[in-house]
Design a protein around this ligand. Structure first.
Ligand SMILES: *Cc1c(COP(=O)(O)O)cnc(C)c1O
Length: 364
């Protein structure tokens, strides 16, 4: 596997060269008497056996192993962080030199890639999705300049909902080998019913896959996400990661939610969301103020409407928040509606149907 060096060669030289901070927990694990981290020897009130007076493990081993099992990768290929957002930031900081390097994105897409690039002083090359909001792999590859170190592809895409086939990802990773990393953001993959790009990791050292517990696993408040990548990329990112990224209560809650019961609950909930998504897609199409509902493999629908501003405000006045995505290229008249409970979804339909009748009456 000498392709490994190729990937690390893409990283910022100063990151490869730096001597990382070495925390007490990294230098030595646990012992009966721990006087190496300037912690308090007493647990706080209400500690309940959690040992919150101690710093957490930098990469909690039990959580890492559980996720490695669920994602079907090696635990050395898992980097745990505060949501997958943290991994996006770490990737940009490790691979993009300010003022010189760039990332590539496929708009309309998730905003964090460009924000992290801007903070780092890296350029953003745009290779837009085609008119049907599908990824044009050849257009992306043509847009890649030598400055591009990271290519972010979101699948299923937020906010348009489309999925990129694994063969396309496979082909792109091969084409980008030695030039840049291809990062597939799979925040919504559980709702797609298709396999993860993590199945391709063994073939491509320059591939990374972002996963999160924030969506399908109902844990947005716990802030736990992961990058799945070559073990050397994981090790590189750990060099620039803060020493104790995961609070003990957060990893404990995540581990508990990932047991066998939690896994079947997750699958049930995903099935419920998918079935509601299909019901909503059909029902929304029957509303005359709705132009199109984009095909979605995620837990939301991107809906093009006659009057996005009025629809947004009407839903809001009825206590329903949806996402205004009109600022995204190609989505000028779109709202992104997360799939909620059946009752939530029925309320959305009722408000939009009522707007419809009001419009019809107004014009007659
Ligand atoms: C929600 C979302 C994330 C991630 O979230 P975290 O909560 O930080 O794990 C990542 N990518 C996309 C496209 C998302 O929509």
């Amino acid at each position: 596997m000498n392709f490994v060096c190729d990937v690390l060669a893409l990283a910022r030289p100063e990151v490869r060269a730096l001597t990382p901070y070495s925390s007490a927990r990294m230098e030595a694990g646990a012992a009966p008497t721990m006087l190496n981290a300037n912690e308090s020897p007493w647990p706080p009130p209400g500690d309940d056996g959690r040992a919150l007076n101690r710093y957490p493990e930098p990469q909690p081993q039990d959580l890492r192993q559980r996720l490695a099992g669920i994602y079907a990768v090696d635990s050395a290929q898992v980097l745990l962080g505060r949501g997958s957002d943290e991994a996006i930031d770490l990737l940009v900081r490790a691979f993009c030199r300010p003022g010189r390097d760039a990332i590539a994105i496929c708009p309309p897409t998730f905003g964090m890639y460009a924000v992290c690039a801007a903070v780092q002083g890296a350029d953003v090359i745009q290779a837009p999705l085609d008119k049907g909001f599908e990824l044009d792999a050849d257009a992306v590859l043509r847009a890649i300049t030598p400055a591009v170190k990271l290519v972010f592809v979101c699948s299923p895409n937020n906010p348009s909902g489309g999925l990129v086939p694994l063969q396309v990802i496979d082909r792109m990773a091969a084409a980008l080998s030695g030039r840049s990393l291809l990062i597939i953001d799979e925040a919504y993959i559980e709702f797609s019913g298709t396999p993860s790009a993590a199945t391709l990791l063994q073939h491509h050292a320059n591939l990374g896959v972002l996963r999160t517990l924030s969506k399908a696993w109902s844990l947005a408040g716990a802030r736990v996400g992961a990058l799945l990548a070559h073990a050397d990329v994981v090790a590189l990112l750990r060099r620039i990661m803060p020493p104790y990224p995961l609070p003990t209560p957060c990893s404990a809650v995540a581990l508990a939610a990932l047991d066998a019961t939690g896994q079947s609950l997750m699958r049930e909930r995903v099935a419920a969301i998918v079935s509601e998504r299909e019901r909503m897609a059909v029902a929304l199409q029957t509303i005359s103020g709705v132009r199109t509902v984009l095909p979605s493999a995620a837990n939301f629908l991107c809906v093009s409407v006659e009057n996005p501003a009025a629809t947004y405000l009407m839903l809001q006045s009825e206590g329903i928040l949806v996402r205004d995505v009109t600022r995204y290229p190609g989505l000028r008249d779109c709202l992104r509606i997360s799939i909620g409970t059946r009752q939530d979804n029925d309320r959305v339909l009722a408000v939009m149907q009522a707007m419809d009748s009001a419009t019809v009456e107004g014009t007659s």
